[in-house]
Ligand binder design. Sequence first.
Ligand code: BEZ
Length: 209
Amino acid sequence: MAHLRLGDEAPNFTAMTTEGEIDFHEWKKDSWAVLFSHPADFTPVCTTELGRTAALSEGFAKRNTKPIAISVDPIEDHHKWAPDIGELGGTDLNFPIIADPDKTVSELYDMIHPGEGDSSTVRSVFIISPDNKIRLTLTYPKSTGRNFDEIMRVIDSLQLTETEGLATGADWVPGDRVIISPTMSTDDAKAKFKNVEEIKPYLRFADAP
Ligand code: BEZ
């Protein structure tokens, strides 16, 4: 298994999910995707995370992004657990959970870290762009639930880079001013963006388009 890096193609796979068998690339088509692993079904932190993901479905759709979860538990357990996720999230499970009991996908994406206790997956996140490139990776321990506002924030930043060539600074949130890429001249930036301010020759802010 090769170590997956930013800019690599997200490996394709077929897998059984709560929405039936999928071919991953076919399923995501030209959307963005958030592929994220959790250690086990019927566990407290995981239930809060998947409930939160279900509750954020409008935010994901607005960003042309499809979430998909994975654990090494069998499909029967995912189906039995789904009502709890709906109860926690206040909405039915509305995204697929991959069942990976033979660990094919988990190993392909290096989601099992043997030093972390057992052979279940840690909390990995892969944000994948429409061209199937890996744009962000995150790895959290089993005991710490992820911040889904941060995942949304990164998608917003990545999409600004993709569409406008812009960057975002420390603690940026949507609505804040954005950073002009170092490859663009200040004159070109002024022609393209509003309220360009040169703090340093290499640090130029502008209003977000
Ligand atoms: C949880 O989801 O609550 C959890 C799973 C594995 C280890 C620790 C916590």
